[in-house]
Design a binder for this molecule. Structure first.
Ligand code: ZN
Length: 466
């Protein structure tokens, strides 16, 4: 059995096929190298180590999104009738981009033998390459490679070499290897010889929309170049009624230099992936207390607020040092004997918003919650001024949300800035609510981000506006 669908909008076409029990997609656009990608599997996954075979087409629905842009939802089931996949594809008016994501759900009734999802691809993309191709990416913030903060890398993809691996998403800044932003560009041709002489060509951009850890591999054969992104460390028991969300990714076509690759992505991301804040003044002009280090107190910061108002500051932030300790998110009684409310209220009188610094996944070992719940800690070394906690563990997550809700209410906060190391901690504890091998997913998609959206007054996934 096979079936095929074709999404078309202006010059971009996205072909989706169900054949050989798998789903595949192909993107065509005049700016794509050779005009199109190869028909490639999308969202391949393994359960108990075996590739899932989608033997039954349940249905497909074609609809129109904003500006009559075509969308497609395909629903498939496996041969045992235990698993259901719902896969979405969409195009966008005014942007040469296609986006896809999905969800897989257990629909069987064997409570004793729940399927273990232990592998999932986010993206697989291949292009014919009769000439040289170059991959471009930008490294993330990283302490061990501090000379490389946000360095741009151009990688010639030479046939038959070992795949080049990019670690993306929430790897700690203390990680021993450089990590990459979750965006890459691919372009026909050799790397730029110099910044002053940028090359140009047909290309693709790729974004991986996943807060957890993922790895993207890129490799070439004499005939083709392939990019494949997979979720790191996945061992997720699929429980009835709890679909696992397969991260979204997008692919766009462009022509030009690397700046153009970034430009088309920025336009698309601002329009559809991460729309601007619903406040035309944003980004706000902020004051941050960190110039004082941790030597802050009420009288000093009240005086600062007056100067902030004169300067037209829109948000005043108390950085590290306002709380009792990391992981005890209450005002330090020596520095702020009346709490933060006098400062918050004065900021509001002066027409400013007020916020504080919180390192949500960090906890000093002498914090009350660490003393009461040592089993929450996944790291007791120096992971940003103290230990680290697992937000994939439900009691720990609930404590954090309660702490922040109380803080916002008691101290009249408008804003929280998240700092500290990565939020998606690696946790192999067997006594947490997630499975020992599932901390990547439990800490990202199923964890804090999902729960914080349910906290009163919070807007997921950010902490920006409370
Ligand atoms: Zn854990």
């Amino acid at each position: 059995m096979t079936a095929a669908w074709q999404l078309e909008l202006a010059e971009i076409h996205c072909r989706v096929e169900w054949r050989k029990n798998q789903l595949a997609w192909q993107i065509s656009h005049p700016n794509a190298p050779n005009g199109q990608t190869r028909l490639s599997p999308i969202g391949a996954m393994t359960v108990n180590g075996q590739p899932v075979q989608w033997t039954r087409l349940v249905g497909a629905q074609e609809t129109l999104g904003p500006h009559a842009a075509p969308r497609l939802v395909v629903t498939l089931e496996d041969s045992a009738g235990c698993l259901r996949l719902v896969r979405h594809f969409e195009l966008f008016a005014g942007h040469a981009f296609a986006r896809t994501w999905g969800a897989v759900e257990y629909i069987g009734n064997e409570e004793d033998e729940l399927p273990l999802l232990d592998g999932a691809a986010i993206l697989h993309l291949a292009v014919d390459a009769d000439s040289f191709m170059t991959l471009f990416h930008v490294e993330q913030f990283s302490w061990p490679y501090h000379k490389d903060f946000f360095s741009q890398r151009q990688l010639p993809l030479i046939p038959n070499l070992t795949p080049y691996e990019l670690r993306m998403g929430s790897f700690p800044a203390h990680y021993v290897m450089p990590t990459s932003c979750a965006w890459v560009a691919l372009r026909a041709g050799a790397p730029d010889p110099a910044d002053a002489a940028p090359g140009s060509g047909l290309g693709l951009v790729v974004g991986i929309e996943f807060n957890g850890k993922s790895r993207l591999q890129a490799w070439a054969t004499p005939e083709s170049v392939t990019l494949e992104s997979r979720i790191d460390d996945l061992a997720h028991l699929l429980r009835p009624g709890e679909p696992l969300e397969l991260p979204a990714c997008f692919v766009g076509a462009y022509q030009g230099d690397w700046d153009e690759a970034g430009f088309v992505t920025q336009r698309f991301a601002e329009a559809y992936v991460h729309p601007p804040m619903p406040d035309e003044r944003y980004p706000w002009v902020q004051y941050n207390s960190w110039k004082y280090g941790q030597e802050i107190d009420e009288a000093q910061q009240l005086a600062v607020l007056e100067r902030c108002a004169e300067l037209g500051i829109e948000v005043a932030i108390l950085d590290l040092g306002w709380a009792r300790t990391i992981g005890d998110w209450r005002p330090n009684p020596v520095k702020f004997p009346r709490g933060l409310r006098p400062i918050a209220d004065r900021a509001h009188e002066l027409g400013m918003k007020f916020g504080v610094h919180v390192a949500i996944a960090q906890m000093a070992l002498d914090a009350p919650a660490a003393q009461a719940h040592p089993d929450w800690l996944v790291y007791t070394g120096n992971d940003y001024f103290g230990g680290a906690i697992c937000l994939g563990h439900q009691p720990c997550r609930e404590w954090l949300i309660e702490s922040l809700v109380r803080l916002v209410e008691e101290d009249h906060l408008d804003y929280i800035i998240q700092d500290g190391e990565d939020v998606v901690k690696r946790c192999t504890r067997a006594d947490h609510t997630h499975a020992p091998g599932d901390s990547n997913y439990a800490n990202s998609t199923a964890g804090w981000i999902a729960d914080s959206s349910r906290a009163p007054g919070a807007s997921a996934p950010g902490l920006g506006e409370l």
